[in-house]
Ligand binder design. Structure first.
Ligand SMILES: Nc1ncnc2c1ncn2[C@@H]1O[C@H](COP(=O)(O)OP(=O)(O)OP(=O)(O)O)[C@@H](O)[C@H]1O
Ligand SMILES: [Mg+2]
Length: 375
């Protein structure tokens, strides 16, 4: 079992509240990713779970047992860091075997375990080499091997892939996902890379300045961000935001006025909105060169041609920045204005406090299979 419960966990450094009363229930076998900008408290929270950092208030409970005062070795967890923290003078075999030597496991059983872990991580041909002879990805796998061999209930990872190049990171993402499937262990993974979060997580926890901003499945966060912070953090390039005025609400949704146009967006209406300034959110990938329910004239100031896509960094007539992610063949050039069309169904809308008006999203877009298909 590897059930982890954080109950109102808080961390203070002097007067500075780094983690503000975080409550989170992580199920046995779940892969949970903490994301957030630099300094938001991801590593601090992970280190508190590991027992490497005291908690100021609240409880950390593993499998029903409060572990606040248990030392790291007694918590049944293993942690893998960005800096592999391997012993350079020891072979790969001895690095992986280290935690088993500490508990004085008999030689034969130890050898069996290390070899089997090395096989899983495709390190079996490297066992006699020293870390200095390995690539970054291989070294990280040794560090992961050293964590696995202890058969922890919970794995904690702090940006384990950030020292690797892009291709290796993509390989390791798949390896870690497979490893999670094979081991069925609980994994808590910290990253500021939202691609890692989107691709590996069962659930993502978005942290902002020591607070949980939203918790949800990757596609839930993408389609239904609850606030401006999550909307801007999940998705690359970032969601565009612009001020609009609400003119009416009704059963169809919320009607907004923008640059002399009006459109009714399929979001849950609320009383009191008409007359208010709201924030319209449009993802760059929902911008097309065809007419839409809303049409926005923009002036490209920089173009990036990636082959598969063309990214146009542009300005609205109001001077605000606007980014459009277009097909690779899109005929756009710098300083030639384009009209981009957006479907009402693709829009996000946020109130004056930055809270989202709930979108009516087709469940199929969120990874759910409609009942009609299942039946
Ligand atoms: N020992 C300490 N004393 C005082 N402040 C600290 C200490 N350790 C961390 N902090 C502060 O706590 C905040 C959170 O730090 P933390 O390392 O958890 O951030 P992070 O989200 O992991 O960032 P990054 O993505 O850069 O690794 C930061 O503002 C940091 O300066
Ligand atoms: Mg960190």
């Amino acid at each position: 079992m590897g059930q982890l419960y954080l109950n109102k966990v808080q961390k203070l450094y002097g007067d500075f509240e780094v983690i503000r009363s975080v409550t989170l229930d992580i199920k046995d076998g779940e892969f949970v990713v903490f994301v957030g900008p630099s300094g938001c408290g991801k590593s601090t929270l992970l280190r508190m779970i590991a027992g490497l950092e005291d908690i100021s208030n609240g409880d950390i409970v593993i499998d029903g047992i409060k572990v606040n005062h248990l030392p790291p070795v007694k918590r049944g967890i293993a942690m893998v860091f960005q800096s592999y923290a391997l012993y350079p003078h020891m072979t790969v075999f001895e690095n992986i075997a280290f935690p088993l030597r500490v508990i004085k496991m008999p030689e034969e059983k130890l050898r069996e375990k290390v070899v089997s872990v090395a096989r899983v991580l495709q390190l079996d041909q490297r066992l006699e080499q020293r870390p200095g002879m390995l690539s970054g990805g291989q070294r990280q796998r040794v560090a992961i091997g050293r964590a696995i061999v202890r058969e922890p209930k919970i794995f904690l990872f702090d940006e384990p892939l950030s020292n690797l190049d892009a291709a290796l990171r993509a390989d390791m993402r798949i390896e870690l996902t497979n490893l999670h499937r094979d081991l069925k262990a609980t994994m808590v993974y910290v990253t500021h890379d939202q691609v890692e979060a989107m691709t590996m997580a069962d659930r993502i926890v978005v942290l902002n300045a020591g607070d949980i901003s939203q918790v949800g499945a990757p596609l839930e966060l993408y389609h239904k961000p609850e606030n401006l912070f999550v909307a801007g953090f999940i998705g690359n390039p970032k969601m565009n935001f612009m001020p609009v005025t609400c003119t009416a609400v009704g059963a169809e949704g919320v009607t907004i006025a923008f640059e002399g146009q009006t459109a009714t967006l399929p979001v849950e209406p609320r009383a009191g909105l008409p007359g208010q300034t709201l924030t319209l959110g449009i993802r760059p990938e929902h911008t097309t060169l065809e007419r839409g329910d809303i049409n926005v004239t923009v002036m490209p100031i920089a173009i990036e041609q990636l082959g598969i896509n063309t990214i146009a960094y542009a300005k609205l007539t109001t001077g605000e920045a606007y980014c459009a992610l277009l097909p690779g063949s899109a005929p756009v050039t710098v300083d030639n204005a384009i009209v981009t069309g957006i479907r009402a169904a693709d829009c996000h809308l946020f109130d004056g406090d930055g809270q989202a008006l709930t979108r009516r999203v087709d469940p199929r877009h969120m990874g759910a299979i409609p009942a009609a298909v299942v039946g």
